[in-house]
Design a protein around this ligand. Structure first.
Ligand code: NAG
Length: 385
């Protein structure tokens, strides 16, 4: 990565984080701003502009089924909620092409949010031993719009719950797509297998192991999948969103196996697009700071840290430009998230292409699946380790 750009990103990230402070005594309350509109629009005919934070908070509680055990907790959450309303407003002004507002995460501090709903471990960009650099692909004749959802390669939006297991969903999403390309069948695969069984470590870095709800990395999870032989189906090893002490992997029930994985080793967005089109949905990392308040539209913040903290799935790209001339800055990536269908645009996020916004181009992995022939009568000899 270009060092100047990196330093710029680090400095701007630090600036952004400062402005994210929830405890600033100087913040004024802006409860009347238009960004709040979308959360109350189904409430009809009262005067929106007279709404106070309290009213928004009770709508929020009702809409997301929130209740708090004690009065103190309730008051604390209300305080955080108000800070998040101001934060959403700041995000709205940094990111005018998206809609920011109240989400199911509006009663969480940024720290709580990161801890419970993200889960990309570390910031290291060193890769496991089996990683190849993806071959450079031709980029002429790439389609202008492309969406793997329309081609049957993407399972329904899943929900990681309150568990830092984003990395496992990004991993299964990429393998589900690759498996679809290899076999013609879309099979939902088990994140819980990765949460429970994948403890793949970086031999050169202490404490850098995939660790269930405490985070992980997609490339390590691909490495695990190669070593384990594959992943079981979702229904055979269902998601619980908690760390189990035991691994219940049953090798005889492997539903998808991978041949290899590789890293799209550049910030070249045409290469990313070419790999997406050729190999299926891609596991990518991103900075999720704008996602806590995201409601819809194309996210294209003026400033966004590229400190990667979330693993997601790149499934397509499109263009929001209606002008006769195609405008690059209206192009966006389509990203599948793992926070359920009620978040974002039916569980999806759109982020603009062209500037490595929020680090979206920084860590992109592609995976190839192999067709498994179920020959249960032929026992394979145990693998010597
Ligand atoms: C990965 O495996 C697939 C399927 O076996 C193969 O076609 C492809 O060339 C491999 N890619 C790399 C980078 O090794």
């Amino acid at each position: 990565m270009d060092l100047n750009f990196f330093l710029f990103a680090v400095i701007t990230a630090a600036t952004l984080c400062l402005s994210e402070s929830l405890t600033s005594p100087h913040s004024v309350q802006h409860d009347r701003d238009p960004f709040i509109r979308q959360v109350v629009e189904d409430d009809g005919d009262f005067n929106r502009h007279a709404l106070g934070a309290e009213h928004h908070f009770s709508l929020f509680k009702r809409r997301f089924g929130k209740s708090y055990a004690t009065e103190e907790e309730h008051d604390r959450r209300f305080k955080i909620f108000k800070a998040n309303m101001r934060r959403a407003e700041r995000h709205q002004s940094f990111d005018p092409s998206a809609i920011h507002g109240i989400t199911q995460f509006s009663d969480l501090t940024p720290f709580e949010f990161r801890k419970a709903f993200l889960g990309l471990r570390g910031h290291r960009l060193r890769l496991p031993v089996d990683t190849n650099a993806a071959p450079i692909l031709p980029t002429e004749n790439l389609p202008i719009d492309f969406d793997w959802r329309e081609r049957g390669a993407v399972t329904r939006v899943k929900n990681q719950g309150s568990c830092g297991s984003c990395w496992s969903f990004s991993t299964t999403g990429a393998i589900e797509g690759a498996n679809f390309l290899a076999t013609g069948k879309l099979v939902s695969l088990s994140e819980q297998q990765l949460v429970d069984c994948d403890h793949e470590c970086d031999p050169e870095e202490e404490d850098a192991c995939d660790s269930g709800c405490n985070g992980g990395l997609m490339n390590s999870a691909f490495e695990y999948t190669l070593k384990a032989g594959g992943l079981m189906k979702e229904q055979d090893y269902p998601y619980t969103g908690t760390d189990h002490s035991t691994c219940n992997f049953d090798k005889s029930k492997i539903a998808a196996s991978i041949a290899n994985f590789s890293v799209v080793n550049s910030l070249d967005e045409d290469q990313i697009a070419a790999n997406l089109v050729k190999n299926g949905p891609l596991a990518i990392a991103i900075n999720a700071v704008f996602m806590q308040t995201y409601i819809g539209g194309v996210s294209c913040p003026f400033i966004c840290s590229n400190r990667l903290d979330h693993g997601v799935l790149l499934v397509g790209y499109g263009s929001a430009g209606y002008a006769p001339i195609r405008m690059r800055d209206k192009d966006y990536w389509i990203i599948k998230n793992s926070w359920g269908e009620n978040w974002g645009e039916n569980g999806y996020y759109k982020i603009c292409r062209g500037r490595n916004i929020c680090g979206v181009d920084s860590l992109v992995s592609t995976v190839a699946a192999v067709h498994i022939h179920h020959t249960s009568s032929i026992a394979s000899p145990p693998r010597a380790q």
